[in-house]
Design a protein around this ligand. Structure first.
Ligand code: GDP
Ligand code: MG
Length: 369
């Protein structure tokens, strides 16, 4: 049976183990951080802490879907995938909008962008992918599902407010995901702005920016005045270069669902970040417990495209049902295989639900159902 220690579970949820233990104690269970628990209990705890869980299933049916190896000789650089995080009102949305606008003005497609949950910009001829679903939730959902889609986290800290609770939370998320941080010190146009206070504030949470002797890049920006956005993009490219991000564009595609919804006219629409391989029209895909044949691919500019390379966000049409944000998507060889996997996963999900309902005798389950 699958097991996990309390400490490891807490780490993966970015919660303190003491809080998990406290919670268990309220349910009448005395445990220590090193204690090992079963996957079912871990899952119940995780959902109580507001996380969604997907166990790494090792069934025969799923064998071989997500472990196709990249061909080392075919590896090519790919654009970095960036998530913007930070405390509420520090300017995440403004920054995402400002970056999108600057690039759209210089872009060729008439300035019309469509919201698909992620977009790409170009700086010095190099692409950067920004995920702009409400940052925090998407990041957490994807991390909980083991699909670490983000290469770089831009931590927005308002210079007139400095480090706040969600700043610290964001730092912890990025750190436990092993994602490097770039600090965007925002609102430097404001009279009360104090960038050095932000830097020393970050110091206390072990984020050491360059001027403090560390290696974390920081850029002073103003989202609303459009100040230093190019510098921020350059810092992202520099960080990306250090990370040496690569993927094999010739293999079968894999990616993560960023958003998905049922569209009245178009049917299920999944916005997918292609992470490796190239996704093509006609491909048979599985995402979570849904499958489909790719009927159309639409990029962030609303254009129909024939294929999507690594790090490209794209809307995928043709799914039979609507997958969930955070689901992994993979191309499989044929429709039979796709149905088999989707059916299997739906059955597992149903069985879990039944087990959960049946298990309501225990006090813990009762509390949490
Ligand atoms: P979010 O909650 O992090 O997404 O923050 P928002 O982008 O919604 O911004 C919160 C408020 O701060 C809004 O009223 C913005 O107009 C304002 N704001 C954001 N960036 C700047 C900036 O660079 N300078 C100034 N003066 N205000 C800003
Ligand atoms: Mg916002």
């Amino acid at each position: 049976p699958e097991t996990i220690s309390i400490q490891e579970l807490a780490n993966r949820m970015s919660e303190r183990s003491v809080d998990v233990i406290k919670f268990l104690m309220q349910q009448g269970q005395m445990m220590k951080p090193g204690d090992i628990i079963e996957a079912d209990l871990a899952e119940l705890i995780a959902s109580e802490f507001g996380h969604t869980v997907r166990r790494v299933a090792e069934s025969d049916v799923e064998e071989g879907i997500f472990n196709v190896e990249d061909n080392v000789e075919k590896l090519q650089s790919r654009p970095p995938v960036v998530t913007i995080m930070g405390h509420v009102d520090h300017g995440k949305t403004s920054l995402l909008d400002a970056i999108r606008k600057t690039s759209v003005v210089s872009g060729e497609s008439g300035g019309i962008t469509q919201h698909i949950g992620a977009y790409q910009v170009e700086q010095d001829g190099q692409k950067i992918t920004f995920i702009d679903t409400p940052g925090h939730a998407a990041f957490t959902a994807m991390r909980a599902r083991g699909a670490e889609a983000t290469d770089i986290a831009v931590l927005v800290v308002a210079a007139d407010d400095s480090v706040m609770p969600q700043t610290i939370e964001s730092i912890n998320h990025a750190k436990s995901a092993g994602v490097p941080i770039i600090v965007a010190i925002n609102k430097i146009d404001k009279p009360g702005a104090d960038a050095s206070k932000v830097r020393t504030g970050l110091l206390q949470h072990e984020v050491f920016v360059e001027s403090m002797g560390g290696e974390v890049l920081d850029v002073e920006v103003s989202a609303t005045k459009g100040l230093n956005l190019d510098k921020l993009l350059e810092a992202i490219l520099l960080q990306a270069e250090l990370l040496d991000l690569k993927a094999d564009p010739e293999r079968t595609a894999e990616g993560s669902v960023i958003e998905a919804q049922l569209d009245k006219g178009r049917g299920p629409v999944a916005t997918v970040l292609v992470q490796t391989g190239t996704l093509k029209i006609g491909d048979i895909v599985v995402a979570g417990d849904e499958w489909g044949r790719v009927r159309a691919l639409i990029n962030d500019k609303g254009e129909q495209i024939k294929e999507a390379a690594p790090s490209t966000p794209v809307e995928v049409l043709g799914m039979q049902g609507t997958p969930l944000a955070g689901d992994r998507m993979a191309v499989v060889e044929n429709e039979g295989k796709a149905r088999e996997i989707a059916d299997y996963r739906q059955r597992v999900a149903r069985e879990k639900q039944v087990a959960k309902n049946a298990g309501q005798r225990g006090s813990l389950e009762q509390m949490m159902s």
